[in-house]
Ligand binder design. Structure first.
Ligand code: BG6
Length: 509
C-alpha cells in the first residue's frame, strides 16, 4: 500500500511451507516472478521451499517451471502471454528446498541451520519471512516449531515475519485460540494475516475513490444513500475442494474475510493517516458496529442456499451433493445472502445486503450503492412516469471499473428520461499487467507494511459478527436443499429478503 513501492525490498530469505501445494504453485511463485520482473526483489533474495514430499531443489524448480509454462495463454489467475526466461532464471537460481515434516522439531532445527548459512553466504542479513501456505490445522504447530527453534526471534536490526493464510479459525472461539497461540510467541507486528481480496487493485482503489476525491465523500452517508448491495458471485462450483468445503461452507469461506473487507472499505470512517494501524482501526470499528442479533433474526435476515444441477455458461453442472467428497445429503451452504445494519451515525438505517455464492449465473464481484430517489416535483406535469434511482457501481472483477448511473433527458420535444451511465474502466486508462493479486501483498510483507493485512481484533470482530448465523444454522436444518439451480441468481428466499423491504437485487446478467 505504501508509496515506498519505488524501491527494492531489503535483503531477505523467504521460506514457503507447503512448497508443493496449489497456492504456492498457482499464486505465490508467479507473484514472486512478477515482483522479480518489476525489480522489486533484491539480489540478496533467497526462496526456501519446505514440504513433506521428498525431492531435490531441481525437482521443485522443474515442477514450478512446468507450472509457469502451463499458465501461458491460460485463463487462470496468472495469464501472461510468455514467461521471461531471464527473470525466471533469476528467481530459480535463488531457490533451495528442504524436505521436512512440520510436526518434527528437527525440521525447524535444520531450517535454522540452512537460514544461518544463507545469511552468511548469500547476504540475506537475518531477515526471514515465513509463509504458511499449508492446511490450517498446521498453523499453530508450525509457528510453535519456528519459535522453539529460535527462528522468530528478532534482534541485531533483523526482522522475522510470519504470513498466515486463511481460513483463520473456524468460528470465534477457534480464531481466538489461534490468535492467542500466535501472539504468545510473536508480536502482532510480526504477523501478516493475509486476505487476498486486499491484493486486488480495485479493492484498494475504494479508499482512493472515497478519500482522494472531494466529490463523493459528502454523499457517502445515510442522508444520501438508500442501501448498499455487496455481491461476490462465482460461476465456479466447489471444484476439487469438496472435502474442505464440507467443513466450511459459503459463509465461513467468504463472509467474515473477503466480503467483510469489501464492507469495511466501503463503510469505514476516514482514517487519520494511511498508517497500518490507523487504517486497520477504522476497518475494525465498522465490523464491530454491525448490529448484534439473535437466532430468530439470524434465521430471518440470513438466507442459505445450495446449488442443484443446472447449466452454467452453457455447460451442464452437477448438483453440489453430487460433487466429489461431498455427502449425498449434505446440508452445507454454497450461497448466503444477508441483510445487516451498521449502528453508527453515518449508516444508521441504511441496510447493507450481502450475497455470495458458487455456480451462479455470472461471475461478478461488485459493490453497488443506491442513492436516494430525487423528489418528483419538477417532473410532475410531464410524461415522466418513473424516475430511476442513481446507482454507483464499484466493479471489483471482472471488467474492473466504476460506473455512475443517472437520468438524462432523451432528445425530443417531450420530457422523457433514460438511465445512462458514466463508466470508468481500468483497462482503458491503465495497462494492467498479468497479476495474481499477491504481488502487492508479498511486497508489503517484505517491506514491513501491514496496512493490507488483518489484525487480531479485525479477525475476531468478523467471526463475532457471523457467529449468531453459524449458531442458528448449526441448530436447524435447511429443509429445502438444493434450493437454487446452478447457473441461476440464487434461491428465491434471497429475493424475498430484499422484496420484504421493497427492494430487489441488481441482476447478475
Ligand atoms: C477463496 C475461497 O478464498 O476465494 C474460494 O476459498 C473462492 O472458495 C475464492 O473461490 C474467490 O477469490 P477470487 O479472487 O477468485 O474472487
Amino acid at each position: 500500500m505504501a508509496d515506498s513501492h519505488e524501491q527494492r525490498a531489503p535483503p531477505c530469505a523467504m521460506v514457503i511451507f507447503g512448497a508443493g501445494g496449489d497456492l504456492t504453485r498457482r499464486l505465490v511463485v508467479p507473484a514472486l516472478y512478477n515482483l522479480a520482473g518489476a525489480r522489486r526483489l533484491p539480489d540478496e533474495f533467497r526462496l526456501v521451499g519446505v514440504d513433506l514430499a521428498a525431492g531435490t531443489v531441481e525437482d521443485w524448480r522443474s515442477g514450478l517451471t512446468r507450472m509457469m509454462d502451463s499458465f501461458v495463454g491460460s485463463d487462470g489467475a496468472f495469464n501472461a502471454d510468455h514467461i521471461d526466461r531471464a527473470t525466471w532464471q533469476w528467481l530459480t537460481d535463488r531457490m533451495s528446498y528442504l524436505q521436512g515434516n512440520l510436526e518434527d522439531p528437527q525440521t525447524y532445527r535444520r531450517l535454522g541451520e540452512h537460514l544461518a548459512s544463507l545469511d552468511k553466504t548469500a547476504g540475506t542479513a537475518g531477515n526471514h519471512l515465513f509463509y504458511l501456505a499449508i492446511a490450517d490445522r498446521f498453523f499453530s504447530t508450525t509457528i510453535a516449531g519456528l519459535a522453539s527453534a529460535g527462528l522468530t526471534r528478532e534482534g541485531d536490526g533483523c526482522w522475522r515475519r510470519v504470513v498466515v493464510e486463511k481460513p483463520f479459525g473456524h468460528d470465534l472461539a477457534s480464531a481466538k485460540a489461534l490468535n492467542a497461540g500466535i501472539l504468545k510467541v510473536l508480536g502482532e507486528r510480526q504477523v501478516y494475516r493475509i486476505d487476498h481480496f486486499l491484493g486486488k487493485e480495485t479493492v484498494q482503489n475504494i479508499m482512493a475513490l472515497r478519500f482522494a476525491n472531494g466529490v463523493f465523500e459528502p454523499l457517502w452517508n445515510r442522508q444520501h444513500i438508500d442501501h448498499v448491495q455487496i455481491t461476490a458471485a462465482e460461476t465456479v462450483g466447489v471444484e476439487h475442494r469438496g472435502r474442505f468445503y464440507e467443513r466450511t461452507g459459503a459463509l465461513r469461506d467468504m463472509v467474515p474475510n473477503h466480503v467483510f473487507q469489501l464492507l469495511a472499505m466501503t463503510a469505514m470512517e476516514p482514517p487519520i493517516s494511511f498508517d497500518a494501524d490507523a487504517v486497520r482501526a477504522k476497518k475494525a470499528e465498522v465490523i464491530e458496529a454491525i448490529r448484534p442479533f439473535g437466532p430468530g433474526q439470524a434465521m430471518r435476515d440470513a438466507v442459505r442456499g445450495q446449488y442443484g444441477a443446472g447449466t452454467v455458461l452453457g455447460r451442464a453442472v452437477r448438483a453440489y451433493r453430487q460433487e466429489p467428497d461431498v455427502a449425498p445429503d449434505s446440508n452445507i451452504e454454497t450461497y448466503i445472502a444477508w441483510k445487516l445494519q451498521i449502528d453508527n451515525w453515518r449508516w444508521a438505517g441504511v441496510p447493507f445486503y450481502l450475497r455470495t455464492g458458487k455456480s451462479m449465473q455470472r461471475r461478478s464481484t461488485e459493490i453497488a450503492i443506491r442513492f436516494h430517489q430525487a423528489p418528483y416535483t419538477l417532473f410532475r406535469d410531464t410524461d415522466v412516469e418513473r424516475m430511476n434511482p442513481n446507482w454507483m457501481i464499484l466493479r471489483i472483477q471482472p471488467d474492473e471499473g466504476i460506473a455512475l448511473q443517472f437520468a438524462a433527458k432523451q432528445p425530443g420535444p417531450s420530457v422523457q428520461l433514460s438511465t445512462v451511465s458514466m463508466d470508468f474502466a481500468y483497462k482503458t486508462y491503465f495497462r494492467m499487467a498479468p497479476n495474481t493479486g499477491y504481488e502487492t501483498l508479498l511486497y508489503d510483507c517484505l517491506i514491513g507494511d501491514a496496512t493490507l493485512f488483518r489484525r487480531a481484533d479485525n479477525i475476531e470482530a468478523g467471526w463475532r459478527a457471523v457467529q449468531p448465523i453459524l449458531d442458528a444454522w448449526a441448530n436447524t436444518r435447511p429443509g429445502d436443499f438444493p434450493n437454487y439451480a446452478a447457473g441461476s441468481n440464487g434461491p428465491a428466499a434471497a429475493d424475498e429478503l430484499l422484496g420484504r423491504d421493497g427492494r430487489a437485487w441488481r441482476p447478475l446478467e
